[in-house]
Design a protein around this ligand. Structure first.
Ligand SMILES: [Zn+2]
Length: 267
């Protein structure tokens, strides 16, 4: 049985500082593909190097809404250069009304530019959406269709949005936090997503799953426990139980879906 972690940030310095053990934990757990998401201009080079050095690492380059403000005037050309060097996925990109210091017109303009870039190059996109669902739907409606598809990572939207989003080409990715019993809305969405649009992720080093689903916890000097891609298998088992399918079937479904969506970056 092989798992794919469809969304993480392996380039995070806290994971990089423990890279050998982090990759070893993933390997021994059967997590044999990792989709590493760049978030800011400053980490794209690290993402590319990780993908070049490790067969299991697949790269994605994008400007995350939290880092839109710090972009350089040449950010778009730089992004294109990375996509020229590797036909990766475009992400992590998106919209966020959770951060207090935000400039919404700026976020939206940068998001739209990256959606257009993905569409023009026929690459899949990875979308982050926090407290911005109506806004996201408006932008996607105007920017679509998206023949190369996109994924909404750590899906936190309502069940009502699944159908229209799926019609526009969406995949829905769930992280280990959906295993917390209090997350009723996300758990209901997880049950309703069509099997051919389901993806799974750790979002490591963030979104630490509940204790029963985290064989690996990285403890940093600052003390905050961190998530690892090696937890994907345990999370996948928990999510398979929530969907009422055998774990082998869950692993196969996600593998096939990821291979279809991320075909440009698959290796
Ligand atoms: Zn992320």
């Amino acid at each position: 049985m092989e798992w794919i972690d469809c969304h993480n940030h392996l380039q995070d310095p806290r994971l990089m500082a423990n890279l050998d053990s982090v990759l070893e934990h993933a390997r021994t757990a059967g997590v044999s593909r990792l989709l590493c998401n760049g978030s800011a201009e400053s980490d794209w080079e690290d993402v590319l190097k990780l993908a070049q050095a490790h067969r299991e690492v697949m790269p994605s380059f994008g400007l995350h809404p939290w880092y839109v403000h710090g972009r350089s005037p040449q950010w778009r050309q730089r992004l294109e250069t990375f996509l020229d060097r590797f036909p990766a996925a475009v992400g992590e990109i998106g919209l966020d009304r959770w951060i207090e210091t935000r400039n919404e017109p700026e976020q939206e303009a940068v998001f739209r530019e990256q959606l257009r870039l993905a569409r023009r190059r026929q690459l899949p996109a990875t979308i982050h959406c926090l407290r911005a669902w109506g806004w996201l739907m408006d932008v996607l409606r105007e920017e679509g269709p998206f023949p190369a598809g996109f994924v909404i990572h750590a899906y936190g939207g309502s069940t009502e949005l699944i159908k229209p989003l799926a019609e526009w080409g969406a995949y829905f990715s769930f992280a280990g936090t959906v295993l917390e019993t209090k997350r009723e809305r996300a758990r209901e969405a997880l049950r309703q997503v069509p099997a051919d649009r389901l993806l799974l992720e750790t979002d490591a080093p963030d979104l630490l799953p509940p204790e029963a689903f985290r064989p690996h916890v990285l403890r940093c000097p600052e003390g905050k426990p961190l998530n690892e891609p090696g937890n994907m298998a345990a999370i996948g088992r928990g999510i398979a139980a929530l969907r009422g399918v055998p774990e082998e079937q869950m692993a196969e479904t996600v593998w096939e879906n990821a291979g279809r969506l991320f075909r440009t970056v698959w290796k």
